[in-house]
Design a binder for this molecule. Structure first.
Ligand SMILES: NC(=O)c1ccc[n+]([C@@H]2O[C@H](COP(=O)([O-])OP(=O)(O)OC[C@H]3O[C@@H](n4cnc5c(N)ncnc54)[C@H](O)[C@@H]3O)[C@@H](O)[C@H]2O)c1
Length: 308
């Protein structure tokens, strides 16, 4: 239940893909009135049939319940008559063939919001974006309206298959364009999840998401290298009955077990790059010291042979 005095009880979520639809259902379940916007007619047809267009644990039951309660309605464009005070943007930001993030959907959504925004409304970006996008690309468009508004970046960090549970339990990162925006967005999310982490600015919140993604890449890459190694040695890579799975850890300077690198030495032709590189990134380790010494020697050599 939400308190009657809460200003932001009516939220508009634009882009009902995986991120937008799970958020819409979780927020409706938490007591918000959610107005969804989706341009893909097939997705809307599926929603009219009270079914998600993808599979996610527990989603269809809650979706159907919230549609029937009238707490989740949707359309193919924003209806200016909706009593929403918050716009949450969850459209895709895919990487194009030129390896750059494609922001066309994001920009077209911001211009649609511009057409209906009232003074004092809040815009929240949730799509994954390049650092600086909210301030440098979105804010100037909103400024052009010349009305007061709040703006925040609050990244989606859930794992597929666990979204509904994680949306109600994972800490929500919130970075606003100013203190008022940060506190307003924090207050709204505090009715969804018990932990809200306010960060200093938009860029920090954008960076947290990218760092999380990079950390996951490393975890997967490490698991793949371990699997290759185990295959060569002839042991099972499924260590889970005896060892905890690799878990996300808060980054920090940990001294790793030196045996790990020598273990990988059993299969040098695999060239397991990650353990060696991670060792180099640890201050004081033998590899880090050796690596720094070799780099210093190479630099000295280059300097001494350089033309005057
Ligand atoms: N899928 C994930 O697990 C995940 C997790 C964290 C963050 N993200 C990020 O969140 C964002 C959304 O991801 P997703 O997987 O939900 O993407 P998606 O492509 O599945 O969904 C985006 C939806 O937005 C709709 N859309 C695009 N432009 C629109 C417009 N102008 N008006 C209305 N609807 C519009 C599309 O039709 C689509 O259904 C991306 O930036 C992604 O990188 C995704």
């Amino acid at each position: 239940m939400l308190p009657d005095t809460l200003r932001d009880k009516n939220v508009c979520i634009i882009g009902l893909g995986y991120v937008g639809l799970t958020l819409a259902v979780a927020m409706a379940d938490a007591g918000f009135h959610v107005y969804g916007v989706e341009r893909d007619q097939r997705i809307l047809d599926s929603l009219f049939a009270e079914r998600a267009h993808f599979s996610e644990v527990g989603l269809n039951d809650k979706l159907s319940e919230q549609i029937r309660k009238g707490r989740f309605v949707f359309a193919n464009k924003i209806d200016p008559a909706w009593p929403t005070t918050v716009y949450i943007v969850t459209v895709g930001t895919p990487i194009g063939p030129d390896k750059r993030t494609q922001s066309e959907s994001l920009l077209s959504v911001i211009s649609a919001i511009n057409g209906v925004m009232r003074p004092g409304d809040m815009v929240i970006l949730r799509s994954t974006v390049l650092i600086g996008t909210t301030r440098e690309t979105v804010k100037p468009q909103l400024d052009a309206l010349n009305i007061p508004y709040d703006l925040a970046f609050c990244p989606e960090r859930t794992l597929e298959g666990k979204a509904l549970m994680e949306l109600r339990s994972l800490p929500q990162i919130v970075g606003g364009v100013d203190v008022e925006s940060t506190f307003r967005a924090s207050q709204m999310f505090s009715f969804l999840t018990p932990a809200v982490v306010r960060v200093n600015d938009l860029e920090t919140a954008e960076a947290v998401k990218l760092i999380n993604n990079t950390q996951r890449d490393y975890i997967f890459a490490f698991a793949n290298e371990v699997a290759s190694l185990c295959e060569v040695i002839g042991i099972s890579a499924d260590l889970s009955p005896n060892f905890p799975p690799v878990k996300s850890r808060v980054p920090g300077f940990r001294q790793a077990d030196p045996a790990v690198v020598s273990l990988f030495g059993r299969a040098p032709f695999l060239r397991p790059g990650l353990p060696r590189r991670s060792r180099r990134a640890q201050p004081g380790s033998r590899l880090a010291v050796g690596h720094r010494r070799r780099r210093r020697e190479a630099a000295l050599m280059q300097a001494s042979t350089a033309a005057p």
